[in-house]
Design a protein around this ligand. Structure first.
Ligand code: ADP
Ligand code: MG
Length: 326
């Protein structure tokens, strides 16, 4: 890691007020005073009105800028053989999917530009897999059977693996575009049958890149690089704080609490550079992402929030999460 590069890059993106919020005259509580600081204009929050992060993106900021300043450097580590992960964290309807799908597209474009530029000297192999974690059950988003959850296993050589997860070897950019559209369809099908699942499920898209020098002699094994980048669209963060009522709703709530809370704990410990025990094993999400979080992996977290007064409490929770990740 070069000087000045932080292991965990934390930024905040505020979306514009939507039509519904405007129609009901929902006021805007927040002001981005510069590109690193956001303040709360609301009076009843005198305890901590100002928050500073690596980057703050106001509602006028296009996704390209969020990508360039908040994710690009971390995503492109994969080309140097360094694992990385990009997360969207925030309450439901704050803009996680909007932000993460844009970032994924921009990153993939950059990766293909790089590969096309270097394919004379290096041989690249790209693999893609996609999964969804709902209720601590893992489902393959490239597979039509979504009734059989996949098992998460410990492999002595490969570490934590998701058994039977489809991994497609990519032929080109269009192939990846097709796979992304399959994922989106699968996610929507799941959402319809599971009723609003997107607010409760975590989606992980993983791109693995292996490359080797075309003129490599067998002694030069260091010329071979392999790493993956994960794009993670998290469940709504209200699931980490809300106590849900009875039955399966409660179970869902508990599990999502577990994954989000464990992720929060893991990220907090990593950001503080603590050497002690890091509880990756406490949730499916952190088990699967362990190699993309620990070691020399780089992480970018984009926290999305609504500016509306009616969401003040959740926005404040999101900023507290972001603060702890720093
Ligand atoms: P989430 O995934 O957090 O539930 P979405 O990404 O689905 O939220 O966003 C909710 C709605 O707000 C969508 O209609 C989306 O297009 C819109 N939206 C989110 N962020 C922005 C933004 N920065 N600019 C414009 N529209 C946005
Ligand atoms: Mg979403």
């Amino acid at each position: 890691m070069a000087a000045g590069e932080e292991k965990i890059l934390v930024s905040v993106r505020v979306r514009p007020l939507n039509e519904k919020e405007k129609t009901r005259n929902d006021g805007c509580d927040w002001e981005c005073v510069n590109n690193t600081t956001i303040i709360c204009k609301s009076h009843n929050l005198s305890d901590k009105p100002s928050y500073t992060f690596d980057k703050v993106f106001g509602f006028e900021c296009p996704t390209k800028q969020v990508y360039d300043d908040g994710a690009r450097e971390v995503a492109l580590c994969v080309l140097s053989g360094i694992n990385s992960s990009i997360f969207a964290y925030g309450q439901t309807s704050s803009g996680k999917t909007y932000t993460m799908s844009g970032i994924t597209e921009f990153a993939i474009d950059d990766i293909f530009v790089y590969i096309n530029k270097h394919k004379q000297e290096r041989k690249f192999t790209l693999k893609f897999s996609a999964m969804e974690i709902y209720n601590e059950a893992v489902r393959d988003l490239l597979c039509e059977d979504h009734n059989t959850p996949l098992r998460v296993l410990d492999d002595p050589e490969r570490g934590t693996v998701v058994e039977k997860l489809k991994e497609e070897t990519l032929t080109d950019r269009n192939h990846l575009a097709e796979l992304l559209s399959i994922c989106e369809t699968q996610r929507k099908i799941g959402e319809t049958s599971l009723n609003e699942a997107s607010s409760r499920s975590h989606q992980i898209l993983r791109l693995t890149i292996e490359s080797s020098n075309r003129e490599m002699s067998s002694s030069e094994s260091s010329a071979t690089l392999a790493a993956s980048v994960c794009f993670v669209d998290l469940a709504g963060s209200e699931r980490a704080s809300q106590t849900l009522s009875a039955g399966s709703r409660l179970k869902e709530g508990c599990h999502i609490n577990r994954s989000l809370l464990t992720l929060g704990t893991v990220i907090r410990k990593l950001s503080k550079g603590k050497n002690g025990h890091i509880p990756y094993r406490d949730s499916k999400l952190t088990r699967i992402l362990q190699n993309s979080l620990g070691g020399n992996a780089r992480t970018a977290i984009i926290c999305t929030m609504s500016p509306a007064h009616s969401h003040l409490e959740q926005s404040r929770n999101t900023l507290l999460f972001a603060t702890c990740a720093k």
